[in-house]
Design a protein around this ligand. Structure first.
Ligand SMILES: [Zn+2]
Length: 273
């Protein structure tokens, strides 16, 4: 079932859980996530990185995602992750995305608000809802910033942009962590109470389970898993008997690894019914 970004995150808010967002790249990753959602009855978000919208990949993988969403009995959304600018957002509309992220978090607060507001305006014409980012979620390899998103900035950002979801800096980063991160749980709770948008946690791969659960309890409603989707597929590829040549048979185990990974995160977030 196709759901918009806001609608699917509303389900999480009502149920007090976070909806997992998995970064997909190809048929196998889409199938693995779809099978996990079907097996658990959970709502899920398929998302693709902005750079894939700059290549041919999004054009060819988007129809696979649409087909998956339409064949699923559970709610599913299709999201542009870290939209770099208007060209990527426009392509996401064309390819059927039901949510887009615009990431102007490197800009000043005023510029970030102006850019995000413009995208919300365009997206509303397309019936698409928007995730913004406030406070920079950097790369894990560069260390995790303790410069957390401020509640008053978040309230102003959400009020002035109309974004339905907000990625915040609360102690996570993208990629592989050198050591386990420590999340700012108190700040998450204050941000949840202090503004209207659904809170998004980026850099979910590698965060210890107890911290993920505490973050959900504090009010996080969308958690992104990118790095570990790749790792699970690649681990599956390395585990296959190399004498298997037929690609559909070869890719069965890697697809299954993605499914198992997605099932474990769905359960961790409390998204299974
Ligand atoms: Zn991110």
């Amino acid at each position: 079932m196709r759901y918009g970004l806001k609608e699917i995150l509303d389900i999480g808010e009502q149920g007090g859980f976070a909806v997992p967002a998995f970064n997909v790249y190809n048929l196998e990753t889409v199938l693995g996530v779809m099978q996990a959602a079907e097996e658990t009855g959970a709502p899920v978000i398929f998302q693709m990185y902005s750079r894939l919208f700059d290549s041919e990949i999004a054009r060819f993988v988007s129809p696979i995602i649409m087909e998956a969403m339409d064949s699923m009995k559970t709610p599913a959304a299709f999201h542009l992750d870290h939209g770099a600018g208007i060209p990527e957002v426009l392509r996401a509309f064309r390819y059927g995305a039901t949510g887009v992220m615009i990431d102007a978090s490197k800009e000043t607060l005023d510029k970030n608000i102006a850019v995000t507001r413009e995208v919300v305006k365009m997206a509303s014409e397309m019936g698409v809802t928007v995730e913004g980012e406030l406070g920079e979620v950097g790369k894990a390899s560069e260390g995790v910033s303790t410069d957390y998103t401020k509640v008053e900035d978040a309230a102003r950002f959400v009020e002035e942009t109309g974004a339905c979801a907000l990625a915040v800096a609360v102690g996570t980063a993208h990629g592989h962590y050198k050591q386990a991160p420590v999340l700012a749980l108190q700040r998450i709770a204050e941000l949840h109470q202090g503004q209207k948008a659904h809170l998004v946690l980026h850099g979910g791969s590698g965060v210890p389970d107890d911290q993920i659960q505490a973050a959900v309890k504090a009010g996080i409603r969308k958690i992104n898993f990118g790095t570990d989707v790749c790792c699970s597929l690649l681990d599956g590829i390395r585990a296959v008997d190399p004498s298997v040549l037929a690609l559909d048979l070869f890719m069965k185990e890697p697809t299954n690894r993605v499914k198992e990974f997605a099932v474990s995160k769905i359960k961790l977030l409390g998204a299974d019914k």
